[in-house]
Write a protein that binds this ligand. Structure first.
Ligand code: MG
Length: 193
């Protein structure tokens, strides 16, 4: 990671920064891409791993996404070092469900490709599949904190899946012409009519 950066980058530099930041917390981009595939393949039957990874990279190239990752992960790391003021320090280490700011920060990422991202995020937050569940469990080990990370990676996956839903809406319309709007407990494929 470039320690010399004084402004949050966009584009390729942001993608590289986000990739390194996530890797430093044990999250690999192919694991996120695999969740995008899980969310979206029922709506886009020919969806492959590369398109899912490309969509993750497109999301990570946005400056506001990079800012959200930088902020949330910095707070997780500071909590692990015991460097936050109380009551924030204890709240973060407990991953207190009433804290809520981890979800608020994630929402800044969720909606960049419209409301499909919101329903996708609700599903990931509730079910915690794959790497989301692993990150959540790791964050509850003594001295560890992933209070922001689980929400942020869910948000990146949700946005990447929404991006595919919009970019492949022609395929979607052919596959499921009468698809109902998803509830917060289900992944979403198409924008509401
Ligand atoms: Mg959280």
């Amino acid at each position: 990671m470039k320690a010399s950066l004084t402004h949050t980058p966009a584009g390729d530099e942001a993608r590289d920064l986000c990739r390194q930041l996530l890797l430093s917390r044990g999250v690999r981009l192919p694991d996120l891409a695999s969740l995008v595939h899980r969310l979206q393949s029922r709506f886009v039957p020919d969806l492959d791993a590369q398109e899912c990874l490309d969509s993750i990279l497109a999301v990570l190239g946005k400056r506001e996404v990079c800012n959200a990752l930088l902020t949330g992960i910095a707070l997780d790391v500071l909590a692990e070092r015991g460097a936050l003021p109380e009551p924030l320090q204890s709240t973060m280490l407990r991953d207190d469900p009433l804290y809520g700011i981890d979800e608020v920060l994630a929402l800044s990422v969720v909606n960049i490709y419209g409301s499909i991202g919101f329903t996708n995020y609700g599903y990931l937050d509730k079910v915690k599949p794959g790497v989301v569940g692993r990150v959540d469990r790791r964050g509850h080990a003594p001295g560890r904190c992933n209070t922001f990370l689980d929400d942020l990676i869910s948000a990146v996956v949700a946005a990447a899946a929404a991006r595919i839903a919009h970019s492949r809406s022609d395929t979607l319309a052919a596959a499921e012409p009468a698809a109902p709007a998803a509830s917060p407990g289900q992944p979403a494929g198409a924008p509401p009519p």
